[in-house]
Ligand binder design. Structure first.
Ligand SMILES: Cc1ncc(COP(=O)(O)O)c(C=O)c1O
Length: 464
């Protein structure tokens, strides 16, 4: 849809939808929030969601579905094998990602588990720009090593680079020179979630493809936020402005041999994912595992109605009005916090704004978890739930050692089509107030943690 002439270049990018059904949110008192924190060992994943006012924990599966998605759900066909909903899903996926093999899974990590069970294992190395936590965990669980090779700017929260998710090509080549025999696949995550939701350029993807060709390695994408990445390519990369989003996505697909996907992001669905690839033999091995853990290959871990919601979501997510609003509304939050002097990862990511807790809390050492301290303070102050992406999430290693993560961030992830501008204005108010008294915040220690993915269930205690 084109804007009418007088609003062709509007200053305010409005939500391109009206609200059709509402969900109440509950305002709690500071005392209630303090008690809730104590009860759950200061782990925000364990807070009852009814006690959260603005939930920016994740953009994964938390978005609002459209009228047309809810209508599509009514078409869900629950046939065990060969459901029409499977064919609707398959067609929608292959319009954008024409891989011959599409394997539905209940979410992204199930696709990762299956893939790395087949191609991972002890002695193997998987390069990526930055592995997401579940990707790293699944690589490591298989016994393989996960290596992050994002460009140097990707480690510097303040560095301005239009494609901070790009792969460091020299580092990738050096790793392949040294260990080619141990590398079953090269991965690239679009957008680079753990590195600040930063996009990868088409130019970089083409160059990674050329390196993979030289070493005869397959290239796989962790494509959770592919539409947001394509929007950044369209708006930032020279020569791409006149292309349609589906066209850019199809070129990205043409550069890859396969993908893992969480449909909870740019599938605009509440659940779902898939694994796709060109290689027949690899697909057969993956389908064999799928049947053991997820289900029959025409539904994977999903109900027919979920397949329908994803099929419709994929049609909506490439709409330019949606993407313009999506990226602009995230930047709105970032720009306001930046103007208030809050240190942030810049440029702003597509799905989230990342607060630089290490810079904001220089008096809290990384091993006392500045990101955790900031995330807890935001909840206590205003009922806002963000997510630590730092030393709690990435500091513990398979050998039991603990080191500071590359950055200590708090991610404020924006659920898709869910909150309005006034909700975001409130978030700006609360973050600014907490930042103003950052010097008073203290670190945490972990009193209980599981062997992997500790951030989900660890219990903390505030340090005095
Ligand atoms: C980049 C990336 N990869 C993989 C995943 C895992 O997807 P899921 O949560 O559907 O298992 C996520 C989820 O947040 C992600 O952001």
């Amino acid at each position: 849809m084109a804007y009418p002439a007088h609003v062709d270049r509007p200053r305010t990018i409005i939500e391109p939808f009206r609200i059709h059904a509402v969900e109440p949110i509950r305002i709690t008192t500071r005392e209630e929030r303090a008690a809730a924190l104590k009860e759950v060992g200061w782990n925000l994943f364990s807070i009852h969601a009814d006690d959260v006012l603005i939930d920016l924990l994740t953009d994964s599966g938390t978005g609002a579905m459209s009228r047309d998605q809810w209508a599509a759900i009514q078409h869900g066909d629950e046939s065990y094998a060969g459901s029409p909903s499977w064919y609707a899903f398959l067609e929608s996926v292959q319009v954008l990602w024409p891989f011959p093999h599409v394997i539905p899974t209940h979410q992204g990590r199930a696709a990762e588990k299956i893939l790395f069970s087949v191609i991972g294992g002890p002695g193997k190395v998987i390069p990526n720009n930055t592995h997401f936590d579940t990707t790293r965990a699944n690589v490591e669980f298989s016994g393989a090593e996960a290596v992050d090779l994002v460009i140097a700017e990707g480690h510097d929260p303040a560095a301005l680079h239009p494609f901070k998710g790009n792969v460091d090509l020299a580092a990738l080549e050096a790793l392949l020179e040294e260990r080619a025999a141990d590398i079953p696949v090269v991965f690239v995550t679009i957008t680079n979630n753990s590195g600040g939701g930063q996009p990868v350029s088409l130019e970089n993807l083409r160059a990674v493809r050329a390196v993979c060709d030289r070493f005869e390695k397959p290239l796989f994408l962790d494509a959770c936020r592919f539409a947001e990445n394509a929007w950044f390519i369209k708006s930032r990369e020279p020569g791409q402005a006149d292309r349609s989003i589906p066209d850019i996505v199809r070129e990205i697909a043409s550069l890859a041999d396969g993908m893992t996907m969480s449909a909870k992001k740019d599938g605009l669905a509440n659940i779902g994912g898939w694994l796709a690839m060109r290689d027949d033999r690899l697909a057969e091995q993956c389908r064999n595992l799928l049947i053991l853990t997820e289900g029959f290959p025409t539904y994977g871990g999903l109900a027919g109605r979920d397949l329908e919601a994803i099929a419709q979501g994929l049609r909506e997510v490439v709409d330019e009005d949606y993407l313009r609003y999506r990226i602009r509304s995230t930047a709105y939050l970032g720009e306001a916090l930046d103007a208030a002097g809050v240190p942030l990862v810049k440029p702003f990511g597509g799905h989230a704004v990342y607060l630089d807790a290490r810079t904001l809390l220089p008096h809290v050492p990384a091993l006392e978890y500045p990101g955790q301290a900031l995330a807890v303070a935001l909840y206590l102050e205003g009922g806002i739930r963000g997510c630590e992406i730092g030393t709690v999430m990435f500091g513990r290693h398979p050998d039991g050692s603990e080191t500071p993560a590359a950055m200590d961030l708090v991610r404020l992830a924006i659920p898709r089509r869910t909150y309005t501008q006034s909700h975001i204005d409130y978030v700006i108010e609360v973050v600014t107030a907490v930042a103003a008294r950052a010097a008073d915040l203290r670190g945490y220690r972990i009193v209980d943690e599981p062997p992997a993915l500790r951030h989900f269930t660890a219990r903390f205690e505030p340090l005095s």
